[in-house]
Design a protein around this ligand. Sequence first.
Ligand code: HAM
Length: 417
Amino acid sequence: MLTQAPKGTKDILPSEIHKWHYIEKEIAQICSDYGYKEIRIPVFEHTELFQRGVGDTSDIVQKEMYTFSDKGGRSITLRPEGTAGVARSYIENGMSSLPQPVKLYYNITAYRYENVQKGRYREFHQFGVEAFGSYGPSIDVEIISMVKLLFDRLGINQVRLNINSIGCPACRAEYNKKLKDYLRPNLENMCPTCKTRFEKNPLRIIDCKEQGCKKITAGAPALIDHLCEECKNHFEGLKAGLDNIGIEYSVDKNIVRGLDYYTKTVFEFVSDSIGAQGTVCGGGRYDGLIEECGGKPTPGIGFAIGIERLLMVMENQGIEIPQPKGIDIFIAAIGEKAHKYAEKKVYELRKESLSAEKDLMGKSLKAQMKYADKLQAKYCIVLGDEEIDSGKAVLKNMKTGEEKEISLDTIIDRLKM
Ligand code: HAM
């Protein structure tokens, strides 16, 4: 136990961290291009926020939250996602008085007590975006185009965009009646979860993965065919906007999403190449969330991309992420005097923002040179008594093998050339 991370968690090791840095850099760039500012929210919130925000009937709230009482007796939950926390922050920090829309992004860890499998973990990473204040559909188009452009920039082409509309509370209430009428004769044959969903949130039954339920819902009426006039126009506007900027999509009537806050636009970017957990990005509009959490009625829309799944898609597609560059120089030293000199020199080099290393293990010269190779040093010098006394040493270009005698005082200038 002591030497094993909890199930569903994973270390991100130094050997792979460059991939994360690369993606985070692309994320920061695209958010800057689109005018989204970073927000950092707490890892835990009051449990009630997720019960109200994500919704009592969602799997997340019913089965997957990491909830505990803190020492003050408060019920606390590790964030299972970012939207509810960002909405809470929008209200708490009076962001409704800022120029709207307020456009925010975050890179977070999230926690769900899930059945662990490929692409599904208990601690995972999300890049998410939330935009508050605009009813759309122009901002819906902006948000979706942002995901598409990020994928393009990362070289990802094996994902499909599926969109749908799940309407507003008004048309959904009407639709729910029709759906329940359709499902009622088969209620007994549905899975236990769907039986409880039947009264509370029948729309979620459409999303059930159980074969028996899938059969029952196969011919069920779809919400998209029963939208009210406003929601219909909104969806038409979204499609026209995507067409206008040349983004391909399919309408998937079965997307309902697993969180209760969604209204109107919902969308997913899906990959077929990474197994059953193929949804790389999920998002949609949540026009009732801010009010549900205690704020003034404010529309909102956003998405989150699972970084682990994003990396899986990239790997599957054979996309090469640039390897980190090696260090600028390794100073090999023979003897105590040379070691002391090297100690001072690497500090001077580092002060100039050059990456410099020396031996710290008492290695032989041969082992030091081997280590310099491992560190992918661009240059190397070997120091002994003679070099220190003369103030000169041989600077070796480790790639070309070229050697040049230089004055030790000029190393910094040489490396900065
Ligand atoms: P979600 O669909 O629950 O939506 O999660 C978004 C993405 O996070 C998924 O598409 C997937 O890539 C990743 N993800 C979810 N659960 C796991 C897991 N257990 N292991 C690994 N990756 C996972 C949300 O979280 C919404 N807050 C998205 C949103 C933002 N909607 C509006 N704004």
